[in-house]
Design a protein around this ligand. Structure first.
Ligand code: GTP
Ligand code: MG
Length: 402
């Protein structure tokens, strides 16, 4: 992986020591006299010449600098150079962040999902409806994401987002469209909003990855017929809308804030769609799965993050992912009552002729969360001899992804 060399330039070294940089986005709007070497008087002269910010300074052409009689041309040239370095650096840093749009009707659970991802469980109880757009940097296991949480109340939907769509819907990498799976009355309204959003995206030639999140899929609700009907109805409506636009493909995920792993799983599915690293992880999984003559494999952390999987059929994928999730819950339970985590967990299905086996590969983050490789195999002994080789190849990549 090539690292950007300008990443290492410390932006703050260019600024006077009393200048605080909180948000990278703001820096380009700072006035020129925040820079070392530009005093207030020169900055005023720049201002009078229409150069009000570092961005303005950086946008000057070096070969055709304006004449400002109070400022020496060489001086101006140097400042422009510095501003250009800062501008380039910030743009690169911002580009590395994936833009995540959270969209859906009011009360759907968007802000709650973002709170769970950030482990801010305590704020969920007191959440108010989001007013307009709330942007936030998320550090999802070190994966830089900027979330745009678009409050779903009708006044914002009608008067704000669609009036200036380019301000909200451009350059998004991922769109999570959140539908309340326990509110059948509002499914048509939500479907309409979804259609309008897709239309805007098409008009703007934007093509983010789209994931439809069936929120509030709480364990008890899922057992009810009503919930299952809601989900069917949502999928029917949304699929038919998606079919109107040939360019879009969507996936569905269900989440509940009462099981953090469902949200982590949804989020990893979303990130996997836009991340090269997981592509590489999947290649390695594929190679390994073939080597050990297995049918499917999945790399999953004990808190529910799926780093990658490789399967040939949808059934195998469901089998390996769902079993992994279940055995994880069991293993976490054992762990919570003081038992030691097993290195290897096996589920035998002899009548069906296969075994699902989880092998602990390593632990990640300061929290030392175990990461297991799950395999669906007819011949699990083959796996054991090759695990170390696999671990060696994969570990550096996982570290990149995290
Ligand atoms: N049962 C259940 N309730 C949830 C879940 N997620 C969110 N809620 C509740 O749904 C309500 C709305 O949640 P928010 O996260 O504020 O919804 P929102 O989509 O951000 O709403 P707006 O900001 O108005 O667009 C809150 O009372 C949450 O406690 C869930 O998974 N299950
Ligand atoms: Mg909200």
């Amino acid at each position: 992986m090539s690292e950007n060399s300008s990443k290492n330039v410390a932006i703050k070294d260019f600024f006077k020591s009393n200048i605080l940089i909180n948000e990278l986005e703001d820096v380009l709007r700072f006035s020129p006299d925040t820079l070392i070497g530009i005093d207030k008087i020169s900055s005023d002269h720049l201002f009078n010449a229409g150069i009000k910010s570092i961005d303005d300074l950086a946008n000057l052409s070096q070969s055709n600098l304006p004449e400002i009689k109070e400022i020496l041309p060489n001086m101006l040239k140097k400042w422009v150079k510095i501003a250009k370095v800062i501008q380039k650096n910030i743009q690169e840093q911002l580009r590395r962040h994936k833009k995540l749009l959270m969209i859906g009707l009011d009360n759907g659970g968007k802000t709650s999902i973002l709170a769970v991802i950030q482990d801010k469980f305590s704020i969920i109880k007191s959440l108010l409806a989001t007013r307009g757009v709330k942007r936030e940097k998320l550090d999802f296991f070190g994966y830089p994401v900027i979330s745009w949480d678009l409050g779903g109340q009708v006044q914002y939907r009608e008067k704000l987002y669609f009036n200036r769509p380019e301000l909200f819907f451009t350059e998004a990498d991922i769109m999570l469209y959140v539908v309340d799976s326990q509110d059948p009355d509002r499914i048509p309204e939500s479907a309409n909003y979804f259609r309008e959003v897709l239309k805007v995206l098409v008009d703007l030639h934007e093509k983010p990855e789209v994931l439809i999140v069936l929120s509030k899929s709480d364990q008890d609700a899922r057992k009810t017929l009503q919930w299952q009907q809601n989900v069917t109805s949502i999928k029917n409506k949304f699929n038919s809308i998606v079919n109107e636009y040939e360019d879009f493909k969507v996936d569905y995920c269900d989440t509940t804030i009462f099981q953090r792993e469902t949200i982590m799983q949804m989020f990893s599915i979303a990130l996997k769609k836009v991340s090269d690293t997981s592509e590489i992880i999947e290649h390695i999984l594929e190679e390994f799965t073939d080597q050990v003559e297995a049918k499917a494999s999945s790399l999953v952390s004990m808190d529910g993050l799926i780093f990658g999987n490789y399967t040939r059929t949808d059934t195998d994928e469901m089998l390996v992912n769902n079993t992994a999730l279940l055995l994880q819950t069991l293993s976490n339970f054992y762990n919570s009552i003081g038992l030691i985590r097993e290195k290897s967990i096996t589920l035998d299905l002899p009548l069906n002729g296969f075994t699902i086996r989880g092998e602990k590969l390593f632990e990640y983050s300061e929290l030392q969360i175990p990461v297991y490789l799950w395999m669906l195999s007819q011949n699990p002994e083959l796996l054991v001899g090759r695990l170390d080789y696999f671990r060696e190849q994969l570990l550096p990549l996982i570290n990149l992804f995290l």
